[in-house]
Write a protein that binds this ligand. Structure first.
Ligand code: GLA
Length: 386
């Protein structure tokens, strides 16, 4: 859908013209997985696909939420914007309204809202963060609040915590808010300082492979990982005061790891400490143009997420392991929260077709699921389109 088509759809839905059109992208994380809520760094890029939000004020003191991706239409009074709904996509934008209200911002007028997104849902490419950030960005402009992009990301993250009940880190919303074309974001999730690193891949593409095995970032398994890391920190605090696992180098971790008596928490912590180091090394490698090392670190990241963090499973493992067999694949790993979703691979131009054909066939033979492949284009963060 292009912007003209979206505007026509708005008019058809509400019988008037949209006053503004906003966009926020999905993201793919190159490396640094499950490090964000552990005070570590991450290295995502914003994608060229994402979520569009069209809106117009109304005089009715109601906010109308419609999405072209969902059948239901929801109408809420201005005094009904602080309570989550049961099982509804509206919780993502609604959670953002609630955050504005929590910050003391008064919402005086109603809005008619239409959403359309082209991030595949449930693929672990942050369709929910894109929806949160586009809403946060739109309200910031409409309400004249002047929040910077980091605050907009934090508003989105809080909405996810309180309205989707996922205790996520800041990575997805931050990438959606702060992304820049042809750059990856090296974000320190403790200080929120970041650097945009050019991604110049001569003769190499970023290929996203969708396992089509629903990435269920349900509060269950994800929040459990968050809790296990917290337990590891608590146990380590008996021997050394730390706030986050990411404060420890691998050598420091080795010295005190025996303080973690819970074997599962111990494995989780080992992943985080190793992944933090891999992310630093990968950023250095990319800056130095050493893609071979970058790819090796991606592969090692997958192995650690598979064996220590246990967030992969048959589909993601098959997709990554089949990719590793192809000549011209520089690196391949799961991306995002895990438990289904996508892998991200760096693939030489001449190997793309073979990759899609061979990995696709092997994956389908093993899982009976048809995968899908996209060549990623790194796009900009949230913006006003019209
Ligand atoms: C999800 C969360 C992020 C991050 C990743 C794993 O995408 O929303 O905050 O924790 O999982 O790296």
């Amino acid at each position: 859908m292009n912007v003209q088509e979206l505007k026509a759809a708005f008019e058809a839905a509400y019988g008037k013209q949209a006053e503004a059109v906003y966009f926020a992208p999905g993201r793919v994380n190159l490396i640094g997985e499950h490090t964000d809520y552990n005070g570590g760094s991450v290295f995502p890029c914003a994608l060229s696909f994402g979520t569009y939000l069209l809106l117009s004020k109304n005089d009715e003191k109601f906010v109308n939420f419609r999405s072209m991706n969902q059948p239901e239409v929801t109408k809420l009074g201005l005094n009904e914007l602080t309570t989550p709904l049961e099982n509804s996509w509206v919780n993502y934008p609604l959670g953002v309204f609630a955050q504005y209200i929590k910050r003391g911002v008064e919402i005086k007028t109603g809005y008619d809202i239409l959403i359309w997104g082209n991030v595949p849902n449930g693929a672990g490419l942050s369709s929910s963060a894109a929806l949160e950030v586009v809403t946060a960005f739109a309200l910031n402009e409409q309400l004249g609040t002047g929040f910077n992009r980091t605050v907009l990301a934090q508003i989105g993250q809080k909405a996810e915590h309180e309205f989707a009940f996922v205790n996520c880190g800041i990575m997805d919303q931050f990438a959606s808010a702060n992304g820049a074309k042809d750059h990856a974001i090296h974000l320190n999730c403790d200080t929120l300082e970041f650097e945009l690193v050019p991604v110049k891949l001569e003769g190499v593409k970023i290929l996203i492979s969708n396992t089509h095995s629903p990435h269920k970032l349900d509060s269950g398994a994800y929040n459990q990982r968050v809790a296990e890391c917290k337990l590891a920190v608590e146990q380590l605090n008996k021997v050394r005061p730390i706030k986050y696992l990411a404060e420890l180098t691998e050598a420091e971790f080795k010295e005190i790891e025996s303080a973690i008596t819970d074997p599962v928490a111990h494995k989780r912590a080992r992943h985080v400490v190793g992944e933090v180091q891999r992310t630093k090394d990968a950023v250095k490698a990319l800056k130095a143009g050493d893609l071979t090392l970058f790819g090796q670190l991606m592969n090692a990241s997958h192995v650690s997420l598979r064996d220590d963090y246990e967030v992969t499973g048959l589909q993601l493992d098959t997709m990554a392991e089949e990719a590793w067999k192809i000549d011209g694949v520089i690196g391949s790993r799961m991306t995002g929260g895990g438990f289904g979703g996508c892998t991200v691979s760096l693939v030489k131009d001449e190997a793309i077709d073979t990759f899609i054909e061979k990995v696709g066939a092997a994956y389908e033979a093993k899982t009976s699921i048809k995968p899908q492949f996209y060549i990623a284009e790194i796009g900009n963060g949230a913006c006003k389109i019209d």
